[in-house]
Design a protein around this ligand. Structure first.
Ligand code: ADP
Ligand code: UDP
Length: 239
């Protein structure tokens, strides 16, 4: 598959055209940002880990019945994906209080919910990705009711699957952000990435953070944490 022009360079990935108009190549960078780009840095080896982890998880999700954009891994950092029209929403699922939830409601981090929560942010850097409710999503024409029903069902399904998978690795899936897109025929699929950049993953025994919060909060041991969480996934896959 031939890599053609750079279509977009984001904070964590580059997106290239290919000779097939329905396929893209994404290339994962080591660049790390937080707080809507206000904090910048590098996490050595992150691109390789996020590429591989996202692909493994999407492959598992696909086998569990969730359609995804994943086609195949091309190299350490590059993956072939189906081109989608991104639904401009960050879909966030939570099992345990942390981050903006803990801050907004004045609760401690680490409170385990009886059932998962689901929320949406409008993907718009200029507006700082504001929280958005379903009627506003419809008012802005970001997605239809039918599409949102699909997105909700997939999101809870993805959570059930990933929560169980990470539990088998001795890891608690605290929360995560996913994105969906539309294929040319209108079908909704999971897109973007699932990685320690987009999930909170805590060691179940010790509570140690094995995700991007180590970078956001200057906790140190960032590269080691990414390597450790990838190692846990690979150990689980080896059985
Ligand atoms: P950001 O845009 O937030 O800086 P990235 O650096 O991860 O994020 O850039 C990747 C971009 O590619 C994101 O805007 C994401 O929505 C988009 N994207 C992810 N998967 C696909 C896909 N299959 N087709 C088209 N665009 C995609
Ligand atoms: N998240 C993300 N991208 C964002 C915002 C959040 O991947 O732009 C992820 C984040 O890693 C966490 C979850 O979504 O796993 C919930 O994040 P939260 O709303 O608590 O925001 P934060 O505390 O990261 O600002």
């Amino acid at each position: 598959m031939e890599k053609k022009e750079l279509l977009y360079e984001g904070k964590a990935k580059k997106v290239f055209a290919t000779d097939d108009p329905e396929l893209l190549i994404v290339s994962y960078k080591d660049d790390a940002t937080a707080f809507n780009g206000k904090k910048k840095g590098t996490i050595a080896g992150k691109g390789v880990i996020n590429n591989r982890m996202s692909n493994r998880l999407m492959d598992k999700l696909e086998q569990s019945g969730i359609p995804t954009h994943y086609v195949r891994e091309l190299s350490d950092r590059e993956t072939l994906v189906k081109k989608v029209q991104i639904v401009p929403l960050e879909v966030i699922v939570r099992n345990v209080s942390a981050g903006s939830f803990a801050k907004r409601y004045g609760v401690e981090e680490g409170v385990v919910f009886d059932r998962p929560t689901l929320e949406f942010s409008y993907k718009n850097d200029a507006l700082d990705d504001p929280l958005i409710c379903l009627p506003h999503i419809y008012a802005l024409g970001l997605a239809s009711e039918k599409e949102m029903d699909t997105i909700k069902a997939y999101s809870y399904g993805i959570n059930r699957f990933l929560k169980d998978f990470w539990a088998s690795c001795g890891v608690t899936l605290v929360d995560f952000k996913i994105e969906f897109g539309r294929l040319p025929d209108g079908k909704i699929v999971l897109a973007d990435e699932i990685s320690p950049d987009t999930c909170r993953l805590w060691d179940s025994a010790t509570g140690k953070k094995l995700d991007k919060d180590r970078f956001r909060r200057d906790l140190g041991g960032v590269e080691e944490a990414y390597a450790e969480i990838m190692g846990r996934l690979e150990a689980a896959d080896r059985g």
